[in-house]
Design a protein around this ligand. Structure first.
Ligand code: CTP
Ligand code: MG
Length: 229
């Protein structure tokens, strides 16, 4: 079964505050999204990319193939979860409902190919899963005045990354259910949890940052160079 990756890239990058959405800002000499797509297309198990763009996106390169893999586009929605659902809906018919699909943020250019491999190997044996990492720092809950109210246990707490991998039909159904319930899910695993699944957490490198603020560009550049191969 062909494994496609949906790449949500329809955000505005408000926290970076650049003159264009962050996926089009320059990182190591190229638009950030090009690094992300390059890594995904180079992965031997990935058959094609479905890039989800905002309506009227004039900055998209028009790329239709990368490393011999098809690159298709569709239009996303107001929230990330709307964009992911649009991407799943636009996948080619060759991707069956029971086939797995990956979802990977355009804003995570530093993902490592070996982590993608490990996710695919482990999550396809389960009913889907996601890359993440156990929490490293002590976790505080703040009150409204920004004072530490209590310390949350760190045990069993993970940060969620992408890629996330689920069966196409099951993920679509879960995202549709969240939309019906008017819940904005922040990742695919959350949608799956809400309909009773327990996605497998697969530990991945902390390199896989989501470029979120202007300062993250320098860090991403360093991490990209370190894992260029
Ligand atoms: N995304 C999307 N559609 C949306 C919102 C986000 O496809 N309606 C994508 C972004 O382009 C990004 C990924 O989802 O690749 C993760 O979202 P985030 O890091 O929040 O990016 P932005 O929403 O663009 O940034 P911000 O929240 O700072 O505006
Ligand atoms: Mg956002």
């Amino acid at each position: 079964a062909p494994l496609w990756c949906v790449v949500p890239a329809a955000g505005r990058g408000t926290r970076v505050g650049g003159d264009r959405p962050k996926q089009y800002l320059t990182l190591a000499g190229r638009p950030l999204i090009e690094h992300t797509l390059d890594r995904l297309a180079r992965h031997p198990h990935i058959a094609g990319l479905m890039v989800v763009l905002s309506a009227g996106d004039a900055l998209w390169s028009g790329l239709s193939e990368l490393h011999g893999k098809p690159v298709r586009t569709t239009v996303g929605g107001a929230e990330r979860c709307d964009s992911v659902l649009a991407g799943l809906d636009a996948l080619p018919d060759e991707v069956a409902d029971d086939d797995f699909a990956l979802v990977h943020d355009a804003a995570r250019p530093c993902v490592r190919l070996d982590d993608i491999t490990r996710l695919i190997d482990r999550a396809s044996g389960a009913d889907g899963g996601l890359l993440g990492a156990p929490l490293r720092d002590t976790l505080k809950r703040a009150d409204a005045a920004g004072r530490s109210e209590l310390t949350e246990p760190r045990e069993l707490r993970w940060r969620a990354f992408t890629p996330q991998m689920f069966r196409r039909g099951a993920l679509s159904a879960a995202l549709r259910q969240a939309a019906r319930d008017r819940v904005t899910v922040s990742d695919e695993a959350m949608a799956m949890e809400l309909v009773g699944h327990a996605p497998l957490l697969v530990e991945g490198a902390e390199d896989n940052i989501k470029v979120t603020t202007a300062a993250d560009f320098a860090l991403a550049e360093f991490l990209l160079a370190r894992t260029a191969s």
